[in-house]
Design a binder for this molecule. Structure first.
Ligand code: 13P
Length: 256
């Protein structure tokens, strides 16, 4: 069975002290949900302190991006080597990075390769815009993003990659995709693409999250879908009570 994974993407929220206070409060409340993998992705500034605060827990830490080079003259960027020992996961290809930082499919492919080469696990984010969705292009576009991001990645690595389907029109808008629609893209489009690339066994074993306006009130709907293995959560991951409820719902829906 694929172990559910709930990751909080804190984006550009929470100062260093707010981040540490938050995980100190969160960790004991999540301690009993061992059947669900629980991940927090703070800003780079808070990464070391959060990792330290969580070191005696099984709550995992993720970064929100990385550069593909091991080091170099790239002002403002963070190398995979710098994340080693601090983060287990790293979000790659978030639509906000694609849009505002102009990250291309090629950049994202380089980042996925770099993360894997340095022992970090990518949470690869894909998803279509509202215009693409309305034009009926979702399947082709999302399938293409998955293929591009995984170009040259060997099947051995697929157990270390999480995919997050985040339709852009659902992020931070309160307009979430229904559980059925999200499941159809995740199961139909993304797993089918993985099956074409790596065969059915691997396609069935890769964990795929939904993201976009996930909240305690709709979490059960997503987690009750057979192909959805968790969530990548923005806003609702910033509140301890909401985070706990998301994990609780995941455990309940999957009978854990
Ligand atoms: P919201 O949960 O705030 O819609 O954000 C989703 C997201 O972008 C997670 O990466």
């Amino acid at each position: 069975m694929r172990k559910p994974i709930i990751a909080g993407n804190w984006k550009m929220y929470k100062t260093l002290s707010e981040s540490v206070d938050f995980v100190r409060e969160l960790a004991p409340r999540l301690a009993s949900y061992t059947g669900v993998e629980r991940v927090v992705c703070p800003t780079f500034v808070a990464l070391a302190a959060v990792a330290d605060a969580l070191k005696n827990t099984d709550i995992r830490v993720g970064a929100q991006n990385l550069h593909w080079e091991a080091q170099g003259a790239y002002t403002s960027q963070i190398a995979p080597t710098m994340l080693q020992g601090l983060a287990e996961y790293v979000i790659i290809g978030h639509s906000e990075c694609r849009a505002y930082l102009h990250e291309t499919d090629e950049d994202i492919n380089r980042k996925v390769k770099a993360a894997l080469a340095y022992g970090l696990k990518p949470i690869l984010a894909v998803g279509e815009s509202l215009a693409q969705n309305e034009a009926g292009e979702t399947q082709t576009f999302v399938g293409g993003q998955v293929r591009a991001a995984l170009s040259g990645i060997e099947s051995d690595n697929m157990q270390n990659i999480i995919i997050a389907y985040e339709p852009i029109w659902a992020i931070g808008t309160g307009k979430n995709a229904s559980g059925e629609v999200a499941n159809a893209i995740i199961g139909g489009t993304i797993r089918s693409t993985l099956a074409q690339l790596y065969g059915n066994e691997i396609a069935q074993s890769v964990r795929i999250q939904y993201g976009g306006s996930v909240k305690p009130s709709n979490m059960l709907e997503y987690m009750s879908q057979p192909d959805i293995d968790g969530a990548l959560v923005g806003g609702a991951s910033l509140k301890v009570d909401d985070f706990v409820q998301l994990v609780e719902s995941a455990a309940k829906a999957k009978g854990l």
